[in-house]
Write a new protein. Structure first.
Length: 537
């Protein structure tokens, strides 16, 4: 069974072959490096940008893209981050991470996931060009298309800055309610509406741009008492304050035009009684659901323990001791500062807890967030590799991620009867297990992003980004979950930081701030009836 688990969670080559790949990679990149031509629809002079192809994916230089668009860039070599500052939004891309952060003028952050990770090469960051195309319009204000056959990237900076998908709303009073018409210049395919019990109607139109200033000046009439329009990097949010009772609301596309129609129907006398009854039932159900999903239990998992030492540092520091120290300090901060939150530990002392049992503990406690704390390490000691990583549960994408998961999962060999317990974890079943947790994916991604931000800002440890791998300890936890590799015990500086009381406290404090921020957003969205991370696209 040992061989089966390794095969399932690691599909990459063995260590010897990996060394050859690492040695040859720079030459492969150089051999495939090329350029594509950038053409502008406003007649500006064409310009080339550097690209290279790897495993069928075309990567483009972010620095060259910024130069072509005359956009300012800021580099952080320590974290391998590259920031592009557009007219309205800032875009941050981190090497080794497929999640791109878009920051608005108010500081609001949105997350966009690329199909592949950002690659650092030739002193800059390269992005997968095809999956990056929507961000030209969303974040950089410049719609783009790529002609693979002609190897041409076409940009439309002029129309992007001035053009809107819609600039007004038409409010029409009807005998049985109200019609809100949104005249659009093109077909918008993704939109939704939600009418709350307190009379607020929320409308989200994805992949759209609107003249917010003009719309906010529209005078409300009829049932509509207030209009608020907000532009985000990925959508337009329209909010209407509605007076009186509404029997039903519906949002559809007008078949004879590109217009979006929102109909509000008022109830008759019989409908009114049914509506009031339904409202009471819905309100009771909402309150029950809110109580059920309230973030009131956080499960902290100190990696390894007992006869499982985990990784050993350069000076033989044990991973199990470091993870327990950080976990206990984090637990104290939570218990002292987050009222109404119960902290559950998978272990509070130097005891051996089986991987499957850790997930059971979390589920039995009805946990709402599961955080597994670990330390990274390489076979070669000392090693220059350093930094922290935050992992999500999915099949590993990189050789490093697969190897780390393989090492952490090896602890099952210390469990009695592990062959029978894990024999059904085939590759296909593992993917199904990860898919079964899809209800918690956005929340896990949201917390992972907050955690990496807080760790970067509050510790002296290098940020290696958010990654994914098949950690068995996360498989059984039926709730949002992440695994934090706090730093490398195989690196002298990281090991010194990890074994110090001050270093452990700073890590615990950073994770506490991440949990607090996550809880605040979680409770806010819960009251609104929305899911955590639903603004992540």
């Amino acid at each position: 069974m040992k061989r089966a688990v390794v095969q399932i969670l690691s599909s990459g080559p063995r260590a010897r072959r990996t060394r050859w790949v690492v040695l040859l990679l720079p030459y492969l990149l150089c051999a495939q490096t090329n350029t594509v031509r950038v053409e502008f629809d406003n007649g500006s002079r064409p310009t080339p940008i550097g690209v290279f192809a790897r495993q069928g994916v075309l990567y483009a230089s972010l620095t060259d893209i910024a130069t072509a668009l005359s956009i300012t860039t800021f580099e952080s070599q320590g974290a391998r981050k590259l920031e592009l500052k557009g007219t309205t939004y800032r875009l941050v891309a981190t090497a080794g991470n497929s999640f791109v952060t878009i920051i608005g003028q108010t500081g609001k952050r949105s997350i966009f996931q690329l199909q592949n990770e950002v690659v650092n090469a030739a002193g800059t960051n390269f992005v997968p060009l095809v999956s990056f195309l929507p961000l030209f319009r969303i974040a950089l204000g410049c719609p783009a298309t790529y002609d693979a056959e002609k190897e041409v990237l076409r940009l439309s900076p002029t129309s992007a800055v001035k053009g809107y998908d819609f600039t007004t709303l038409k409010l029409e009073v009807k005998s049985n309610g109200m019609l809100i018409r949104i005249p659009t210049v093109r077909t918008l395919h993704e939109f939704e509406s939600w009418l709350k019990q307190d009379g607020w109607l929320y409308v989200t139109i994805a992949d759209a741009k609107a003249d917010i200033e003009a719309i906010n000046k529209i005078k409300p009439i009829g049932l509509v008492k207030k209009i608020v329009a907000i532009q985000s990097p990925t959508s337009v949010q329209l909010t209407f304050k509605i007076s009186g009772k509404i029997a039903s609301s519906e949002i559809i596309k007008d078949e004879s035009s590109n217009d979006i129609l929102i109909s509000l129907r008022t109830p008759g006398s019989e409908e009114k009684l049914l509506l009031e009854k339904k409202q009471r039932e819905v309100q009771t159900d909402l309150e029950n659901q809110r109580k059920r999903w309230e973030l009131d239990v956080i499960v902290l998992d100190a990696g390894h323990g007992g006869r499982d030492y985990g990784a050993l540092g350069v000076t033989k520091v044990k991973e199990k001791d470091v993870t327990l120290g950080i976990t206990l300090q984090l637990g104290k901060l939570l218990e002292k500062n987050l009222k109404g939150v119960k902290v559950v530990y998978t272990r509070k002392d130097d005891s051996f807890i089986e991987l499957h049992r850790r997930g059971q503990i979390a589920n039995e406690a009805d946990g709402k967030l599961f955080i597994s704390i670990h330390c990274n390490s390489l076979r070669k000691k000392p090693s220059p590799t350093s930094g922290f990583e935050v992992y999500l549960l999915r099949p590993g994408r990189t050789e490093d991620a697969i190897e780390i998961a393989e090492r952490e999962n090896a602890v099952i060999e210390l469990e009695e009867g592990y062959e029978q317990r894990y024999q059904k974890l085939t590759e296909e079943n593992f993917i199904l297990v990860a898919m079964a947790q899809s209800a918690h994916v956005k929340a896990s991604e949201y917390f992972a992003d907050i955690a990496q931000q807080e760790l970067e800002e509050n510790t002296n440890i290098q940020n290696r980004g958010v990654k994914q791998a098949g950690f068995l300890v996360l498989v059984g936890a039926s709730m949002p979950n992440v695994l934090v590799e706090t730093a490398y015990l195989s690196n002298r500086d990281d090991e010194r930081y990890l074994k110090s009381e001050s270093g452990q406290h700073k890590i615990a404090e950073a994770l506490f701030k991440a949990i607090k921020k996550y809880k605040e957003e979680y409770q806010k969205l819960l009251l609104e009836g929305r899911d955590v991370g639903e603004n992540i696209r």
